[in-house]
Design a protein around this ligand. Structure first.
Ligand code: MG
Ligand code: ZN
Length: 222
């Protein structure tokens, strides 16, 4: 089992986040590492998706995960148990990830030796959408039990992401979730973003997400 490196964020983060994020994006692109920002509410299944992703891609890609949580290393411990490098950002009440935090986390990793670095953002649909982490792509995830109205209530995160994931489709027969209405609401906000419906528990639909991700990894390595 791998060891989790823990970074405690104490200082107020830089005002100049956007500039730092752009620098980070360029630096990682030059070293061939693709940085992905994964956002959702608490409990949508971000860590479960990462475990599925690691299982599917680890033979072909070198992966690392940056976990952000207010406290605890629970999620990072689950990632590290797979043997993939995991860095825990303990945000200490700070409710989203900024580029300066990612820079701190990258001090524990070697981007030149990595193909994919995933940020598991703090579980929150509001301010993660307002802060540039330096990622090359942003994914907004929700799940069937959360309801099909999330794009109406939290439009920014669905409007600004590159891909939308609906997890827990194995609950569709139990919940009043209207898949068509959900997809229509996303398309109104963000016509270009694919919507992948999947279940991390059963594995159904995972290929939509994995194919999207792998296409980006292949273009990033060119
Ligand atoms: Mg998690
Ligand atoms: Zn926040």
């Amino acid at each position: 089992m791998g060891e989790v490196r823990l970074i405690v964020i104490k200082e107020q983060i830089l005002a100049d986040n956007r500039k730092l994020a752009d620098q980070l994006r360029s630096r990682l692109a030059a070293s061939g590492a693709f940085l992905l920002n994964l956002m959702s509410s608490p409990g949508s299944g971000k860590t479960s998706l990462l475990l599925r992703t690691i299982e599917a891609l680890r033979d072909r890609y070198r992966i690392a995960v940056v976990e952000a949580d207010l406290d605890s290393t629970v999620d990072a411990d689950r990632i590290a148990a797979t043997g993939v490098p995991a860095v825990q950002l303990r945000t200490g009440g700070f409710c989203h990830v900024e580029a300066a935090m990612v820079e701190r986390a990258l001090e524990c990793l070697d981007p030149a030796e990595l193909d994919l670095i995933v940020i598991e953002n703090v579980g929150n649909l509001i301010c993660p959408a307002q802060s540039d982490t330096g990622a090359h792509a942003d994914v907004a995830m929700t799940s069937v039990p959360e309801g099909d109205d999330k794009p109406l209530k939290y439009p920014l995160i669905f409007a600004s992401c590159d891909l939308v994931i609906v997890n827990k489709i194995d609950y569709l027969s139990l919940e009043p979730f209207d898949t068509e209405a959900f997809t229509r609401r996303v398309k109104q906000l963000n016509p270009g973003a694919p919507v992948c419906k999947l279940s991390c528990r059963t594995g159904a639909g995972l290929s939509c997400w994995l194919e999207w991700l792998e296409a980006r990894l292949i273009s990033a390595s060119r």
